[in-house]
Design a binder for this molecule. Structure first.
Ligand SMILES: O=C(O)CCC(=O)C(=O)O
Ligand SMILES: [Fe+2]
Length: 360
């Protein structure tokens, strides 16, 4: 039912704090999706047996030895083609800095909800940066079990610092430093992925807008404990529209990726970051690199926090299409040319059509 209660967006955190035994129906997934949902901790245990998201060591890429560098690029290429997602270790970001990022994010979410509401976004007027929760955007009113904080973190001159959390006091300093260091890792990953496609190392970075135009957007996902984790999702199944996405979390499981017709639960790998190939790189690589479907489970015991950083090309400036070097008679272009904005629109339209054809 469409209503106009735009003022009070329900925060999942406040629902969770009420100690409900049953979650409100808007959070209950449709029957077809519920069949394979479960508590993230139990799913993590079950996952011990099956296939695992590969762990890739980036150390080799810093070597002076060209053979070692190429071997590292080949491993990343293989995993990006077969999985589209990997845990990276030896990524070059100091672990103390990552700990600080985790600390300031947690401290922000530990603030009372009224404090966080001062940063509330206004999705109806297109202001998506800030503190938010999903608004129902389809007929079923389906919602996700999470609140979030979303903001652009790089380049610094494009970031609107007025909306960054002022509490904790070191949030800005820590996040800025993290953004800078992560930007270095983005360049490194793009160089490795370029090499893997037989391209010049600087190619993908340039195609995506380079230092000035490639934007890093951070979304801190806050998933409260959920009394019925087998009925809900923290984040519904999607592929990221970004070029690359980086994910850190507080070592609580939840992420699942869809591989070979099965959901694979990501293990918590110490000192690693998760990297997803997003749609934009799938397009540029003409499908050589895969943007994998993924979702977030919730659990009964522990709050999960994840930090997703999406590396996005500019909305209008660049037309995304398979790189000519990768288009041949045998491998024709798999994707039509689209700007990033058009790609997002196209996905939204497709989703609306699906909801229309099979309302959940
Ligand atoms: O929390 C996670 O691990 C994944 C979140 C995610 O997929 C997203 O924010 O796009
Ligand atoms: Fe995602």
């Amino acid at each position: 039912m469409a209503s106009k209660v735009a003022s009070a967006v329900p925060r999942v955190e406040s629902l969770a704090k009420r100690g409900l035994e049953a979650i409100p129906t808007e959070y209950v997934r449709p029957e077809s999706e519920r069949r394979d949902l479960g508590d993230a901790f139990e799913e993590e245990k079950k996952a011990e047996e099956g296939p695992q998201i590969p762990v890739v060591d980036l150390k080799g890429f810093d070597s002076e030895d060209e053979v070692v560098r190429r071997a590292c690029a080949e491993e990343v290429r293989r995993v990006a083609s077969e999985w589209g997602v990997m845990h990276i270790v030896n990524h070059g970001i100091p672990l103390e800095l990552i700990e600080k990022v985790r600390r300031v994010g947690k401290e922000f979410f530990d603030l009372p909800i009224e404090e966080k509401e001062k940063y509330a976004n206004d999705q109806s007027s297109g202001m998506i940066a800030g503190y938010g929760s999903k608004l129902a955007n389809n007929a079923s009113g389906q919602l996700e079990w999470e609140d979030y904080f979303f903001h652009l973190i790089f380049p610094h001159d494009k970031a609107d610092m007025s909306i960054w959390p002022k509490n904790p006091a070191n949030y800005v300093e820590v996040t800025k430093e993290f953004a800078e260091r992560l930007r270095g890792v983005v360049s490194k990953m793009l160089a490795i992925l370029s090499l893997g496609l037989g391209l010049d190392e600087a190619k993908l970075e340039k195609e995506l807008g380079g230092m000035e135009d490639l934007l890093l957007q951070m979304k801190i996902n806050y998933y409260p404990r959920c009394p019925q984790p087998d009925l809900a999702l923290g984040v519904e199944a999607h592929t990221d529209v970004s070029s690359l996405s980086f994910i850190l979390h507080n070592m609580v499981p939840g992420l699942q990726v869809y591989k070979d017709n099965k959901w694979v639960t990501a293990k918590c790998v110490p000192d690693s970051m998760i990297v997803h190939i997003g749609d934009t790189l799938e397009i540029l690589s003409n499908g050589n690199y895969k943007s994998i479907l993924h979702r977030g489970l919730v659990n009964k015991e522990k709050v999960r926090i994840s930090w997703a950083v999406f590396c996005e090309p500019p909305k209008e400036k660049i037309v995304l299409k398979p790189l000519p070097e990768l288009v041949t008679d045998e491998t024709p272009a798999k994707f039509p040319p689209r700007t990033f904005a058009q790609h997002i629109q196209h996905k939204l339209f497709k989703k609306t059509q699906e909801d229309f054809i099979s309302p959940k």
